[in-house]
Design a protein around this ligand. Sequence first.
Ligand code: URP
Ligand code: ZN
Ligand code: ZN
Length: 461
Amino acid sequence: MPLLIKNGQIVTPSETYVADIYCEDQTISAIGKNLSATAPNTTTIDASGKYVFPGFIDPHVHIYLPFMGTYSKDTYDTASKACLVGGTTTLIEMICPPKSDEPLAAFELWKGKAEGKSACDFTFHMGVTRMDALAESQLKEIVRAGVASFKIFLAYKGAFAVDDSELYHTLRLAKSLGVITTAHCENAELVAELQKQLLAEGKTGPEWHEPSRPESVEAEGVHHLMTFAKMHDAHTYIVHTSCEPAVRAALEAKARGVKVWIETLIQYLLVDKTHAEQKNFEGAKFVMSPPLRDKRNQPFLWDGLASGAISTLATDHAPFDFKGQKEMGRNDFTKIPNGIPSLEDRVNLFFTHGVKTGRIDLHRFVDAVSTQAAKLFGLFPRKGTIQLGADADLVVYDPNFKGTISAKTHLMNIDYNAFEGMKIEGRPHVVTVRGQVAAKDGKFVGDTKRGQFLKREPTHF
Ligand code: URP
Ligand code: ZN
Ligand code: ZN
């Protein structure tokens, strides 16, 4: 069914103007003034007084995640509905296989969890948790199948972490295939030693999670990755950068010619380590890695986003219930499943605290939550912009909406919300996936099986 969006203020990283958008066959077919519907069954949306943004892209999510002795709570059914009401129309999920699993089997497993079950489009970063001859040949096959990015962990000793030899060979392979490597940067050995020491001192509560992985340990991880990336001239993307020293380590490497881009998360901008220090184990809700940091880092991260030094704002959505899951670590903080879900609220919170306060201009806003991810991960210009021929993934955004975040009303399949009680100013009025309305005023109204796997070509040679 054709779609006509009338009189919205269209915003991309480079332009803003008022116009109509006409969409047919899932893509944008006309942009201009005074467009009228040519087909009788056209859906018409009045966007006067509202922004029209390209559908938001979350470049770092976990929907299916076997981790720390349990499984993340969302499915593609619940996660895609939740992200769509928040305006996110494309998810890039991390495939995180245990070291014992073969990459191809993992790729098929993760794809099977999404195909035919997602309301939004999706693709993956292929986690490289082992690197041997078999893995190498299967990774090449996965890239040919349309996955143009890898994910490696320097953290999580004994689980996902790669050693230096695996790191070296992964980056070499990535360079030869033209794929970008996304990386979780924390020194796994230092974390393991600090955890042991803290537990031996009887420090078992969630407030000790941050001291077990201090800022210097994250910065060392970044520096380590940068040294290896430089050897191969490999393209790298540092996920969930939480603090000034880690960002500075990446920027210093960039100045030395390392090809690196930086991601931060909405959590690091709005909640801090004091949240993980709350009494009665409440702090467990705020345990993730890298940890929430001292508040002094927040202005630095906001400035980095405003200037573009930090390219993207993601969620690292990793949903574990408080009851029964976070509680696994009641007597030992190292057993609290890591993750703070935020898929649904990322953009509304960023708009409220970034755009509405004047910290982030509208162009950088769109760039950070949509366009940069599309460009870095081989989705542009199909996704991440509003132009002729692009997928009609559009967000008609009401900047005057006022609301309050709560687990009572969210769609994520999780029993708490880390932003509980926070006010938002701004929310998607209408969200479309390839020309079909999927969400309206906080409600999912779409087709639960409409999402497609997005094949991507390598671009980072
Ligand atoms: O705490 C986190 N970030 N959990 C998800 C796994 C990861 O490290 O991305
Ligand atoms: Zn991570
Ligand atoms: Zn993650």
